[in-house]
Design a protein around this ligand. Structure first.
Ligand code: ATP
Length: 516
């Protein structure tokens, strides 16, 4: 199965099993806006809790916040979003499709990198065991030629974007002979800037003075509350404020399912530090965030750091954590050293002092900030795309079957355990209900008595339920039940009185938190 096919299947699976629906589907949907169904919302809540606990419980110096989506319009002037939260866009005149100009160029560079990878594979086949990849890449003429082309284009693009030189961005697209993926033509419009913020009017008078924005990031709510939290929480530097909430961006290229949405959710943490110490904390948070990801056990090779080619105007260092999605390595989280830019700007625009008095040095200063910013929806997609597996299985009678199983880490699975009476009679449902009632306070459980046990297993494999418990006639006699494990499909018989303890050990969020 190609990665593209896998991704299509995953999207269909998300809909069929109540994870993600297109928004307003009965009205033919709203582009790049999605709703989370009965299983999706549970998974999302679990990811949210994993992040929240990792931030606010494991770190005594990080506290939470829930600021409003609407903020004073001057916040977005101070933050630079009104003036500079732009993407360069370009239209193809034949297909009438709109693209982000920098993304077109990045895709072109990725294609060149694929060409290098092909040369490497070819050479590997030719040379066999004696093949030295590092040496080949350093010396092969064809590879060096392609790499030089990529490097030159990257340098030009970074400079053009830095200088906001839009004609040059277009020239790069022309020079690279980039064609529209839909029409195949090179008939492009000029490159223009497009502001990504949604705006609306507050109150009854509709004039420009009342324009307010739907926040494009949650971070600014943290900055403007920094002193409130610092003072009321008696926080000492270094300390952090964590927030989870909706953000809105009028994305030009909204595709790839929930990877790029117009309404999405961010989990952000701003860590306030002494000026001069930001690089130490930047390194600290880079490693910490990576270990949060790795603790989920999806495969270390699926992650990598990517250093920004072009630093945002507020940053003095920036790395992304990228994950290998079915459509390639893409950003899931950013770690940015934002200097004192944001607090400095708010101090200037609001006229209010946002300084910190450092009792150790007896100085007043505006703290520096290191931020970690991760998309909740992208993490959801990351989990599902690595969890989705199609497997051939051999049944007890020797016949073969197929199953789709979501290997979601048990602590994050939407349903932790399913409880099945073997049949609908002989007092088995009553016994199963009793067990379910006992466990449902601690774990998200689901009771099912329809269809054969095999079919019930399949349904729960498909939503990632790690454990299924079956109550049979023997259960009535000796109070034992079978636990069936999702990943190995093995079954074991245990005393029902031990279920809570066994489950607690297997599905507790503590398992993840301890690994960070
Ligand atoms: P990209 O380069 O993909 O547009 P970004 O660099 O603009 O992302 P940030 O502003 O750093 O993203 O936002 C932090 C995180 O928020 C991203 O790493 C991503 O996980 C998430 N995010 C940003 N934009 C979207 C979106 N449109 N839909 C879903 N998640 C998003």
């Amino acid at each position: 199965m190609t990665q593209e096919e896998l991704f299509k299947k995953l999207i269909a699976h998300c809909k069929e099993y109540g994870f993600v629906f297109q928004s307003s589907e009965i009205y033919d949907g709203l582009s790049a806006v999605y709703d989370y169904g009965q299983n999706g919302v549970e998974l999302k809540n679990n990811i949210r809790q994993y992040w929240w606990d990792a931030m606010t419980r494991l770190n005594e110096n990080i506290v939470g916040l829930d600021s409003a989506i609407f903020m004073h319009p001057d916040v977005w002037v101070a933050s630079g979003h009104v003036g500079a939260f732009n993407d360069p866009l370009i239209d193809n005149k034949d297909s009438k499709k709109r693209y982000r100009a920098d993304v077109l160029i990045e895709d072109w560079m990725a294609k060149q990198e694929e060409k290098i990878a092909k040369e490497v594979t070819k050479a590997q086949k030719r040379f066999g065991d004696s093949f030295d990849e590092a040496m080949f890449v350093k010396t092969n003429g064809r590879v060096l030629e392609i790499q030089a082309k990529i490097d030159a284009v990257r340098t030009r693009m970074v400079k053009a974007l830095d200088d906001s030189d839009l004609p040059e961005v277009k020239k790069i697209i022309e020079d690279c002979e980039i064609v529209c993926p839909i029409s195949g033509s090179r008939n492009w419009t000029d490159v223009r800037q497009f502001n990504l913020m949604f705006d609306t009017k507050m109150g009854s008078v509709s004039d420009d003075a009342n324009t307010i924005y739907l926040r494009p990031e949650t971070a600014q709510g943290i900055f403007v509350n920094y002193l409130n939290v610092q003072k009321t929480g008696r926080m000492k530097l270094p300390f952090g404020i964590a927030q989870i909430g909706k953000a809105f961006r009028n994305e030009i290229v909204a595709r790839q399912f929930i990877f790029r949405m117009r309404e999405f959710e961010q989990m952000e943490m701003q860590f306030f530090v002494r000026p001069g110490e930001e690089m130490k904390w930047f390194e600290f948070w880079k490693e910490k965030r990576m270990s949060w990801h790795k603790a989920m056990g999806l495969g270390e090779e699926k992650y990598r750091f990517h250093e920004h080619d072009k630093l945002a105007h507020y940053a003095n260092a920036a790395f992304d954590i990228e994950f290998q999605f079915p459509f390639g390595f893409k950003e899931v989280e950013g770690i940015h050293s934002r200097t004192d830019f944001d607090l400095g700007q708010h101090q200037q625009h609001s006229g209010k002092k946002l300084q910190y008095f450092d009792p150790e040095t007896n100085e007043n200063y505006v703290p520096y900030v290191v931020e970690t910013s991760i998309g909740l929806d992208r993490t959801f997609l990351l989990l599902l795309s690595s969890a989705y597996n199609e497997e051939k299985i051999t049944k007890e009678d020797g016949s073969t079957d197929e199953r789709v199983v979501l290997r979601i880490p048990p602590a994050l699975a939407p349903v932790k355990l399913a409880v099945f009476p073997l049949t609908k009679k002989d007092g088995l449902p009553e016994k199963a209900r009793q067990i379910m009632d006992d466990l449902k306070i601690d774990f998200k459980c689901q009771y099912e008595e329809k269809d054969s046990i095999g079919k019930r297993y399949r349904r729960h494999d498909a939503i990632g339920t790690p454990f299924c418990i079956t109550i049979d006639h023997q259960s009535l006699e000796d109070n034992t039940v079978t636990i069936r494990h999702r990943d190995t499909m093995e079954q074991e018989r245990v005393d029902a009185s031990r279920l809570r303890e066994i489950m607690e050990e297997k599905v507790s969020m503590k398992n993840l938190l301890r690994k960070i």
